[in-house]
Design a protein around this ligand. Structure first.
Ligand code: PDD
Length: 296
């Protein structure tokens, strides 16, 4: 797999794309990032991703390079890659500085764009559905590092997926400090009860997933009832269906749940234990909307 890196405007293979150890992204995770994918070579929801990047940067007081420069560099890297479809990771660190936490010690932001051929989840995962573990580690409270900011500090998610994988699950579901479901390590979560689609509200402390927003829109356009409301884990065990959304997974069903740290951890089957019709329908509606060119 050939990865192409744009480091401060230079296009390089990854082994030559070196970031100094005094970069604050390396020292403190002091950076923001976005993950996009292309459909038919065109970045999906580029303006929404750049809006979210700006939102993340403003939450941590990081001054981004000009938006037009980021757009130009993404386009240049994509076209140099020659990929039919690409995974695109856009990262901006607060740059280098002398040791010390104060952001004022940094010089200027460093833009890094990483492009590689798009690799999608195995079709088998859509056919069998994911096994998710409700893990002991909790989602950051919004008063700590607000999960709405997509920063380079992803240790919360790293710990969650490590706990899930150690239990034999594919991914993790985070609870917040009030025992309410929030999201997965890198995806948003939904459940379905009696044909109503439910997902935690953004105010609870979770990333405003771009796929999440689009899925809500296509569902509502198809007259499917969608509610954004907080729920505990009981809602998942009683749900007819559970599914996750993200840029790479689109809409992926969940068929098994494990409750770590509880007396009967499971795995428990979700609904009838096989992927349900709503997840399939929403994936089709989502893909149809992309195919209609609703890219921005
Ligand atoms: N992750 N929640 C978290 C914590 C995420 O990291 C992501 C995305 C999502 C889904 O957002 P979107 O629909 O905009 O992809 C939800 C990306 C894919 C990543 O970090 O690789």
């Amino acid at each position: 797999m050939s990865i192409l890196v744009n480091l401060g405007g230079r296009l390089l293979p990854p082994e030559q794309a070196l970031v100094p150890v005094l970069d604050r992204g390396f020292l403190y995770g002091d950076s923001v990032y976005e993950v996009l994918r292309t459909y038919a070579g065109v970045p999906f929801a580029l303006s929404q991703h750049l809006d979210r990047l700006e939102g993340s940067a403003s939450r941590i007081g990081l001054a981004l390079p000009l938006r037009s420069l980021i757009e130009t560099e993404i386009a240049r890297t994509l076209s140099a890659s020659g990929n039919a479809d690409s995974y695109i990771r856009v990262m901006v660190t607060r740059g280098e500085g002398t040791f010390g936490l104060a952001p004022s010690l940094s010089d200027e932001p460093r833009l890094v764009i990483l492009v590689r051929p798009l690799e999608l989840p195995a079709p088998e995962l859509y056919a069998r559905g994911l096994h998710l573990a409700i893990v002991p580690v909790r989602r950051n409270d919004p008063r700590t590092l607000d999960p709405k900011a997509k920063t380079g500090n992803y240790l919360n998610s790293v710990l969650a997926i490590a706990q899930a994988r150690a239990a034999g699950a594919d991914d993790a579901i985070f609870l917040d400090l009030k025992d309410r479901i929030t999201e997965c390590s890198s995806a948003n979560i939904f459940f379905v009860k009696e044909s109503v689609v439910v997902t935690p509200p953004l105010t609870q402390g979770l990333l405003a997933g771009i796929t999440r927003g689009r899925v809500i829109d296509v569902a509502r356009a198809a007259k499917i009832l969608v509610r954004e409301e907080p729920h505990g884990t009981g809602a998942l065990t009683q749900a007819d269906e559970v599914f996750v959304t993200s840029t790479l997974r689109e809409v992926m069903p969940v068929t098994r749940l494990t409750f770590l740290g509880e007396s009967a951890p499971g795995p428990h089957a979700v609904g009838s234990g096989v992927p349900g019709p709503m997840a399939l329908r929403l994936r089709e509606l989502f893909r149809a909307s992309v195919a209609r060119g609703e890219m921005q």
